[in-house]
Design a protein around this ligand. Structure first.
Ligand SMILES: [Zn+2]
Length: 133
């Protein structure tokens, strides 16, 4: 997945603003390149431990993405207190095998860590994140 450095900074800023709760958003673009980031609302019952997008909001975002001729390239969410790898819940609830799951960890406050994964059938595979200037 390729994305601009400004988007990386935007995702980190979103995560920091939302802490101690997890934040979530959608990355839209084509051919693995992110063109736009959409923040979404985390409506999980325990938002400090997991994320869940509001379904109506997600539908609205998906329609807008389609109107641009883009795809949902990825879904990002934050881990305010844990490392940047999918939790058991993340793996269990991952419903989009074609999307890249981007996780930003704020465990080290001074040094946020961002990693990306494919999640399919309970298997995870790390995906390279190419950051463009
Ligand atoms: Zn997670």
């Amino acid at each position: 997945m390729r994305l601009r450095e400004t988007m990386v900074n935007e995702i980190i800023a979103h995560a920091q603003q939302g802490a101690p709760e997890e934040v979530v958003g959608i990355l839209a673009g084509s051919n693995g390149r992110v063109e736009k980031l959409y923040r979404a609302t985390n409506v999980a019952k325990n938002p400090r431990q997991q994320y869940l997008m509001d379904s109506r909001e997600q539908l609205r975002i998906m329609r807008e993405i389609e109107s641009h001729g883009w795809d949902m390239v990825g879904i990002y969410h934050s881990h305010p207190e844990s490392p940047a790898r999918p939790s058991q819940t993340d793996i269990k609830l991952a419903g989009y095998p074609d999307a890249v799951y981007v996780i930003v960890s704020l465990k080290d406050r001074q040094k946020p860590v961002m990693r990306a994964f494919h999640i399919e059938d309970n298997n995870i595979r790390e995906e390279e994140l190419a950051v463009e200037k």
